[in-house]
Design a binder for this molecule. Sequence first.
Ligand SMILES: Cc1ncc(C[n+]2csc(CCOP(=O)(O)OP(=O)(O)O)c2C)c(N)n1
Ligand SMILES: [Mg+2]
Length: 326
Amino acid sequence: MTYIAKPRLHHPKLPTNALGYTHRDYEGSVSTLCAGCGHDSISAAIIQACFELDLPPHRVAKLSGIGCSSKTPTYFLGSSHGFNSVHGRMPSVLTGANLANRDLIYLGVSGDGDSASIGLGQFAHCIRRGVNMVYIVENNGVYGLTKGQFSATADRGSKSKRGVINNDNSIDLVAMALQLGATFVARSFSGDKAPFNNHPGSTKSFDYVREHNEAVNRLDFMAPRAPIHVDYEPGALEIVEQHDGSKLALRKLHADYNPHDKLGAMTYLQERAHAGEIVTGLLYVERDADDLHHHLETVERPLNELNEKELCPGSKTLAKINASLR
Ligand SMILES: Cc1ncc(C[n+]2csc(CCOP(=O)(O)OP(=O)(O)O)c2C)c(N)n1
Ligand SMILES: [Mg+2]
């Protein structure tokens, strides 16, 4: 619960990273999500990654839209900059922040409803413009926060909690991201412990969240569920049965898969999708990626570091600019 304060004291010998910070320094408030929710394991993975990468929390800006997934930035990086925006509008708010201050590390967190339905246009244009950010879509195939309506990523033929069948085709955001020019594309399953670390010290771990969310479960009518864990080898196919009985077929990329071959990635994705499988792993990395600042030839320094003289080059320059536009 966000109003439950975490104890400030912790064991003096908790492991620290190169900056001298512990895992605790990368955590946020206690999660209010339903017990066993995969979103919490993604938060745990973000905490772990930022700790391991020695990221200074004050250099990170986390932005989100609306949804259970978009609530999660409250549950990690409590000392970072944060902005919880409007449903589906995280990309444009983040683009504005990034243009004003290119020195921060931008992390956008969104859901499938947020990014594939109301925010699909924002998702697409943010990628094709090359905004320098990490864009995480926590894709559960439903509008979780508003009680489980189908999102645009739900598979055709799947059944909702109320027994309604989805007759619409689904959107694959990973395939779209590749087509739109994303320079790093990866997909994983939140229950896969290897990429999503579930360490015992974290208050975002499955066990901690399950224990501490009891009150929510009693007040709400969501039955607590055990989180789903998977652990499968590169190249392997893993069939995961979900709580509603539906099955996910996950295909982990082979160890010899080439993540620099974009056409190969697109073909492989389509091929496996045709066989009913969801490919997981690092799908594509572009070696020499540039970004929106490069395309727009913006000034190298953040705008808030520029002085008045630099921001206002004078009437002669303005006259020259105006003349060029006549
Ligand atoms: C403009 C607007 N339209 C609709 C809503 C209602 N609404 C809140 S969250 C949500 C869907 C969230 O789904 P998703 O992004 O998949 O997040 P999840 O809860 O599944 O993590 C909707 C439709 C809203 N808050 N604002
Ligand atoms: Mg969702």
